[in-house]
Design a protein around this ligand. Structure first.
Ligand code: CP
Ligand code: NVA
Length: 308
C-alpha cells in the first residue's frame, strides 16, 4: 500500500519519480484553462476523501482541484462535522471510509491520528499536515527550488524561526534529497532532535546556528514560517513573538545570504512578523510558485499512491 505519510518514509527513488511526474503534468497544462482535464484523466472513476480537522486554503483547494483536473471526484469533510469528532474511533472511521473511497487525505492535529488511520485503512492515506510534519508542502518546495536553481542536492538551506512541523519535513527532505540544512532559532523552540539526527545519519550536514546572520551566510535558500502554528496555544503567542523576533527574515538578513538565494514561506504568512514585505514581495521570493506547485506536486503524490 502506497501511503504518503512522510518524506523520510518514502523511498528517494519514489520521491524523485513523484517530482518528475509533477513536472511533466505541470508543463503539459501550460496555457490551458484551469478547468481543463489532464491528458488521459488518470483519476477517472476515483473518489478521494479530503478530511480537514484544521483550517486550510492551499491544501484544500490544491487537492480538490488536482483530483478534479485528473478526472477524479472529491468529498471534502470537516473533522468536527464527522462522527470522528464526536467519539467514533479512528480505526472504525478508516475502515468505513475505505469501503467508500479510493484514497484518504487528512489534515489533523496529533500524528497518531494519521498513523492509526493509515494502519486501519485499506486505501492509501496522505498526510495533509499534522502537528509534526507537512510533507506535501516540502515536495512542492523541492519542485520549486529545482525549477529555479536546478538540483537541490548539495545546496545549503537555512531555516529561520520556529522548529516546527514544516521544518521537520525539510529535515526529512534533507536526508532523502541530499542537501545541507541549518536551523536558526531560539533554543526553546528547537526542533525534535530525532529529525536532525536521522538526516545526519544519511550523510548530510545539519547545523544549529543561533545567530541568524551567521546562519544564512552562503545560503542558497532561506525559509521561514509563522511564529504561531495552528496547534500552538494562543496563550504562548506573546512569548513566541518575543523569542522569534530576532529571527525575522528581512532585507538586512537576506543581504548575508548568497545574492541569488531564494526565499520561501509555505504561507499563510503574518506579514512583517516572520518576514517583511520587502522579502516576501522581493525578487528572490518564490512564495507563490510554492503555492502553485502544491497542485502539481500533489498530483504526482496522488498518482503514486494510486498507482495510476
Ligand atoms: N501551506 C499550507 O498548507 O497552507 P494551508 O494551511 O492554506 O493549506
Ligand atoms: N506551521 C504551520 C503551517 C501551516 C501551513 C501550522 O502548522 O500552522
Amino acid at each position: 500500500m502506497n501511503h504518503f505519510l512522510d518524506i523520510n518514509k518514502t523511498d528517494p527513488s519514489d520521491l524523485r519519480a513523484i517530482l518528475d511526474s509533477a513536472a511533466a503534468m505541470k508543463s503539459a497544462r501550460v496555457g490551458l484553462p484551469k478547468g481543463t482535464l489532464d491528458a488521459g484523466a488518470p483519476l477517472k472513476n476515483h473518489m478521494v476523501a479530503l478530511i480537514f480537522e484544521k483550517p486550510s486554503t492551499r491544501t484544500r483547494v490544491s487537492f480538490d482541484l488536482g483530483v478534479r483536473q485528473m478526472g477524479g471526484q472529491t468529498i471534502v469533510l470537516s473533522g468536527s462535522e464527522m462522527q470522528l469528532g464526536h467519539g467514533e474511533t479512528i480505526a472504525d472511521t478508516a475502515q468505513v471510509l475505505s469501503r467508500y473511497v479510493d484514497l484518504i487525505m487528512i489534515r489533523t492535529f496529533e500524528e497518531d491520528v494519521l498513523l492509526e488511520l493509515a494502519d486501519h485503512a485499506t486505501v492509501p492515506v496522505i498526510n495533509g499536515l499534522t502537528n509534526r510534519s507537512h510533507p506535501c508542502q516540502i515536495m512542492a518546495d523541492i519542485q520549486t527550488f529545482e525549477e529555479h536553481r536546478g538540483p537541490i542536492k548539495g545546496k545549503k538551506v537555512v531555516w529561520c524561526g520556529d522548529g516546527n512541523n514544516v521544518f521537520a519535513s525539510f529535515a526529512h527532505a534533507a536526508g532523502q534529497f541530499g542537501f545541507d540544512l541549518t536551523f536558526s532559532g531560539p533554543k526553546t523552540l528547537d526542533p525534535e532532535a530525532v529529525f536532525m539526527d536521522e538526516a545526519r545519519a544519511k550523510g548530510v550536514t545539519i547545523n544549529v546556528e543561533r545567530d541568524p546572520a551567521k546562519a544564512v551566510a552562503g545560503a542558497d535558500l532561506v525559509v521561514t514560517d509563522t511564529w504561531v502554528s495552528m496547534h500552538d496555544s494562543q496563550t504562548a503567542r506573546e512569548r513566541r513573538h518575543n523569542q522569534l523576533r530576532p529571527y525575522q527574515v528581512n532585507g538586512a538578513l537576506m543581504a548575508n545570504a548568497k545574492p541569488d538565494a531564494l526565499f520561501m514561506h509555505c504561507l499563510p504568512a503574518h506579514r512583517n512578523e516572520e518576514a517583511t514585505d520587502e522579502v516576501m514581495d522581493g525578487p528572490n521570493s518564490v512564495i507563490f510558485d510554492e503555492a502553485e506547485n502544491r497542485l502539481h506536486a500533489q498530483k504526482g503524490i496522488l498518482r503514486w499512491c494510486l498507482g495510476v
